[in-house]
Design a protein around this ligand. Structure first.
Ligand SMILES: NC(=O)c1ccc[n+]([C@@H]2O[C@H](COP(=O)([O-])OP(=O)(O)OC[C@H]3O[C@@H](n4cnc5c(N)ncnc54)[C@H](O)[C@@H]3O)[C@@H](O)[C@H]2O)c1
Ligand SMILES: [Zn+2]
Length: 405
């Protein structure tokens, strides 16, 4: 038996934030990040709509990017004091993910972080509060997914919490919120979204319910991302929908090793000056993983479907896979994202000598590869890599060399 779960309601389109006016309840706690929602006036608007609906409102602010276990515990304490019956999480993936984890701890005060991380092991929620997610970035789709990513900074590792219990009750996908994104955030979150859709389409857990969502998302991102990056606000609005469709697909079909590698390289070189931003890591690794996975016949056929759906041409499956890889690499060029870790500079701009020195990369490679193999996303990848494969693949991602194994 397979399960397909999405939010009960999804409001979309310009001005859909106003849906908050129709909520029924007594107390709403709004959870936000570092300030962008306040600065651009969305926090006040949301609070006003909820007050108009007759609710008492409290704000929990200051959730940091890549939120920590400590922040989750602090937010849950604030919820325990205020006792909301609605949690309204607004902003990028970080504040929404943190609020999902706070929600679990609010409903079950005795639960530990380790218990929360048991895959599909969360007890029934909604005894105290329902959850609405309002996204301001166009990539993670956490407003519709069963996932929350929390970082344990003591261990330096990102932990995914995965359970359909944390799929929000309501998602609001209002493109007004995405208009203020800086250009680089558009690029990173957009490449994250296309990676979600491609990985979901070839995942071993794909199904008839997830395939159309993934394919349509890919086509929309093909047409809209680069223009959105260059300031076209109609395309920006379309990207906000596309990333959400990709999220509906991967929340139910899971992901693959592009994400395993991105999760385990992201913070691995922080001591060398910079973080490999999630979406940029995906953008660099996706073409390499396609070449690797295409050695599996089923995956090759599925990449061929994607290339056909995008109208890329090609006669044989091999040609279609090559055209897909070429297309994705061109997107990286258009978005100023490098092709490999070696050329990954500050803010993900390409440069001759990136911030990860070759000797440091090679020294850490065996451990990073081992961690990537253990990542929750590896299980649904169409080809199961060995330690040797994973090390070779990561080397191709460092040097931008061809994958021929
Ligand atoms: N839950 C999931 O399914 C899922 C999927 C993929 C990634 N993630 C996680 O999500 C997090 C990344 O989320 P993200 O990429 O949305 O970024 P983010 O939430 O970390 O935000 C990044 C920065 O952008 C700013 N920002 C957000 N929206 C803005 C706007 N509209 N205008 C101007 N500035 C804005 C924020 O203030 C912040 O400084 C990571 O922790 C990642 O691991 C979660
Ligand atoms: Zn992602």
């Amino acid at each position: 038996m397979a399960r397909f779960t999405l939010p009960r309601d999804l409001y979309h389109g310009k001005g859909s934030l106003e849906a908050l006016k129709s909520f029924t309840g007594k107390k709403a706690m709004i959870c936000v990040g570092g300030g962008s929602m306040k600065r651009f006036g969305f926090l006040d608007r949301a609070a006003d709509y909820l007050k108009e609906a007759g609710m008492e409102v409290e704000v929990f602010e200051g959730i940091e990017p890549d939120p920590s276990v400590e922040t989750v515990m602090k937010g849950a304490e604030a919820m325990a004091r205020f006792e909301p019956d609605w949690i309204i999480a607004m902003g990028g993936g970080s504040p929404i993910d943190a609020a999902k984890a706070m929600w679990i701890k609010y409903e079950y005060p005795d639960i530990t972080f380790e218990e929360m991380c048991k895959v599909f092991g969360i007890p029934a929620l909604r005894k105290k509060a329902r959850f609405c997610a309002i996204s301001s970035t166009s990539g993670t789709a956490t407003e519709v997914t069963a996932f929350s990513i929390i970082t344990d900074y003591q261990k330096g590792i990102k932990y995914p919490i995965a359970d359909f219990e944390i799929t929000p009750d309501v998602a609001i996908v209002d493109p007004d919120l995405a208009e203020t994104m800086p250009q680089k955030l558009v690029a990173h979150t957009g490449m994250d979204a296309i990676t979600h859709a491609v990985e979901a389409y070839v995942s071993t857990a794909n199904c008839d319910y997830t395939d159309p969502l993934a394919l349509h998302a890919i086509k929309m991102i093909q047409h809209d991302l680069v223009d959105s990056y260059n300031g076209d606000m109609a395309k920006r609005a379309s990207m906000h929908n596309a990333q959400c469709l990709a999220g509906m697909a991967f929340s139910n079909a899971l992901l693959g090793i592009v994400h395993s590698m991105a999760h385990k390289t992201g913070a691995a070189f922080d001591d060398h000056g910079a973080h490999i931003i999630h979406g940029a890591a995906n953008a660099m690794y996706l073409p390499k993983v396609i070449a690797y996975n295409a050695k599996d016949e089923t995956a090759k056929k599925r990449y061929g479907d994607i290339a056909d759906f995008m109208g890329l041409g090609g006669e044989t499956l091999e040609e279609k896979v090559t055209l897909l890889i070429t297309y994705l690499r061109k997107m990286n060029d258009d978005l100023n994202i490098p092709h490999c870790i070696k050329h990954y500079g500050a803010d993900s701009y390409p440069c001759e000598q990136g911030f990860v020195p070759e000797d440091v990369f090679l020294e850490r490679l065996p451990e990073i590869a081992a961690n990537a193999l253990l990542d929750a996303c590896t299980g649904s990848n169409p080809r199961q890599p060995s330690q040797e494969d994973m090390e070779k693949l990561l080397k191709c991602c460092y040097y931008d060399t061809e994958v021929d194994f």
